[in-house]
Design a binder for this molecule. Sequence first.
Ligand SMILES: [Ca+2]
Length: 387
Amino acid sequence: MMSLFRRRRTARPTFFYGATLTLLVLAGCQSAEESAAARSQRVAADTITCTSNLPSRFATTPVASPIGTDAQVAASAEGMVLIPGGTFAMGADNNQARPDEFPKHSVAVDSFWMDVTEVTNAQFRAFVEATDYVTTAERKPDWEELRKQLPPGTPKPPDSVLVASSLVFTAPTHPVSLNNYAQWWQWQPGADWQHPEGPGSSIAGKDDYPVVHVSWDDAQAYARWAGKRLPTEAEWEWAARGGLEGAVYPWGNEHVEAGVSKANTWQGRFPDQNTEKDGFYTAAPVRSFAPNGYGLYDMAGNVWEWCQDFYRPDYYQTLQQRGTVHNPQGPAQSYDPQEPTVPKRVQRGGSFLCHDSYCSSYRASARMKSSPDTGLSHAGFRCVRDN
Ligand SMILES: [Ca+2]
C-alpha cells in the first residue's frame, strides 16, 4: 500500500520538511505520524503556493546522455515553427498568480525554433530505438543517491519498494481535501513511458499522444540526440503568449472554461470527478485544440513541459533589478525553500489535471518545479533549437 514518507523536522528550524518533498511509497518504512505543528506548516505552505503540489521521484544515478549524430544535430526544422524575437513583460498577469510569478519584469528573447507540439510517443520511440536509452522510471532507484536528499538518519526502505517506478495519478473515489497530494498520486512500480498507468497499460495506438513519465534527464537526453535543446523558461513563456501582450492565457483572456474548449484541463471537481467536457480525462493527442498565435499547440494544459532552467522562487526579483534582461538562462543554482535539499528544474504549461480550484497552471505565467529525476503521468516536454 502506498504511504507518504514524511520527513522529520531536523535541528534546522528554518527548514520545513513537509510532505511536499518526495512521494515515497515505502511499505514498512512509515515514520511517526506528522506532528500537528508540521502539518499546520505544510498546509500553510500549500495555501501560499500550489507549486508545491507536484511530488518528486526517488533520486537515481544519472546516466550519460547519448550525443546526437551530425545528421541529427543538423536536423531540419520539420515540426517546428520560428518564434520571433522580442521584448515582453514576463510574470504575473492577474490575481491568480502565485508569489513566484512576481514581480513582472522586462525580458528580451532572441528568435528561436520551437516544436509545435509536445514530443510524442512516436518521436520518443524513435530516440529509444536508435540509442537503447533507458529512462529514469525504468531504472532501479539508487538508495545512496536518494539518501543525499533526505534528512540524516532516514532508514533505508525495503528492497521490495526500491524498484523501477513512476508517479501515476489515481483518482480518489470521493471528494478529498486538496492539501495532500498523496490522495491522488501513487508510486507505481512498472509505470513508465510505455506503460503510463502501470503494468497492463500501453501506448498502443497512441503514437500521437505526448510522451509522459519522462524525467528532466530523459528530456535532456532526447533533446541532445535530436540536435535540439530544452527551452529556457523565458523562451517558453514568450512563446506561450503567442504574440499577445499581458494576456492571462495563450489564447487571450477568456476564462478557460468559457466558450469552446481551448485546452485539455480538468472540468468538474478535482480530483475525484471529471466531466470531460473538453473530451479527455487524461492526455489528449497533440493538436487536439487550436494553436496559439505562433502556431504552438497545447502550451496550456495536456502535459507539463520541462524547461532548461533551475528553479528559484525569488529569481524574478533579482532580474527586475537589472532592467531588461536578454535571454535569461535561469539561476545558477536551484533553491526551493520548501525542499531545500532537493534540486529542482522548472516545468511550464499545466496539464490535464489543472483546475481553477487547485492549480490554474494553464496560465502563461504559471510556474512549477520538480526534481530532475521525477517522472509523472502528466509530464512531458517539447524542444527548441537556435535560429
Ligand atoms: Ca480534460
